[in-house]
Design a binder for this molecule. Structure first.
Ligand code: ADP
Ligand code: 5GP
Length: 211
């Protein structure tokens, strides 16, 4: 059974950095049971972003077609662009027995929690507004105007933190990474999620008794 991990955070909190580490580190001891959900977006690629790896970059028309065909698990408009999660990606992860990690905004997270009540949601908070601003400035990927908009939006997004299953304050990066890893590994041990594996063990005992 696949577990869906939803990660949301105000822009600049360190979500991409943490998710990237999660995908690079050998979290699964070589089994690679974690798959990143590559979203559709109508925004233009940033420098260094790779089609199919960071996002699938599509036109507004194509986005509307996917949404109308019910090919999106959730969708939202963020900073004037459309974003959406592919339904096909979840189907593929389920078929391959992989867990899925989603980097989506608070609107998309709320939609998904309604549809998939077993999904695990994690909200990443920056240590303060000042730290968030300096991270956005140091990242140097946005203009002053865009940074200002992202900070204003952060105030709205942060109000949603109470709806998430887990909160992670991204102060020290190494500590935050360990917490994120801990959440994922612990969630996989929940009785309801481990049923397939456990059933085999329990059945082996039943066979032994019959002999
Ligand atoms: P997001 O994906 O949430 O928009 P990023 O992962 O791009 O944010 O991080 C924003 C900036 O902050 C990047 O330059 C990143 O290197 C830096 N950063 C992320 N986490 C930390 C941390 N714990 N301490 C210091 N800098 C961080
Ligand atoms: P960015 O353009 O900076 O990569 O992302 C902007 C925001 O869109 C972030 O909050 C990110 O989590 C969110 N986002 C990315 N993909 C999706 C998606 O598929 N659905 C939704 N709802 N939000 C997304």
């Amino acid at each position: 059974m696949s577990t869906v991990f939803i990660i949301s955070a105000p822009s600049g909190s360190g979500k991409s950095t943490l998710v990237k580490r999660l995908m690079e580190k050998d979290l699964d001891r070589g089994e690679s049971r974690l798959q990143f959900s590559v979203s559709f977006t109508t925004r233009a690629p940033r420098e260094g972003e790779v089609e199919g790896e960071h996002y699938c970059f599509i036109s507004v028309k194509e986005f509307q077609r996917l949404r109308d065909a019910d090919e999106l698990l959730e969708s939202a408009e963020v900073f004037g662009n459309y974003y959406g999660t592919s339904r096909a990606i979840l189907r593929k992860a389920e078929a391959a027995g992989q867990d899925l990690i989603l980097d989506i905004d608070v609107q998309g997270a709320a939609q998904l929690k309604q549809r998939l009540d077993q999904a695990v949601s994690i909200f990443i908070l920056p240590p303060s507004r000042q730290v968030l601003e300096s991270r956005l400035r140091n990242r140097s990927s946005d203009s002053d105007e865009v940074i200002q908009r992202r900070l204003e939006e952060a105030s709205n997004e942060i109000e949603e933190y109470g709806k998430y299953d887990y909160l992670l304050i991204n102060d020290n990066l190494d500590a935050s990474f360990e917490q994120l890893r801990g959440i994922i590994l612990a969630e996989r041990c929940r009785t309801k999620r481990a049923l397939d594996q456990v059933k085999k063990i329990v059945d082996s005992f039943a066979t032994e008794v019959k002999r």
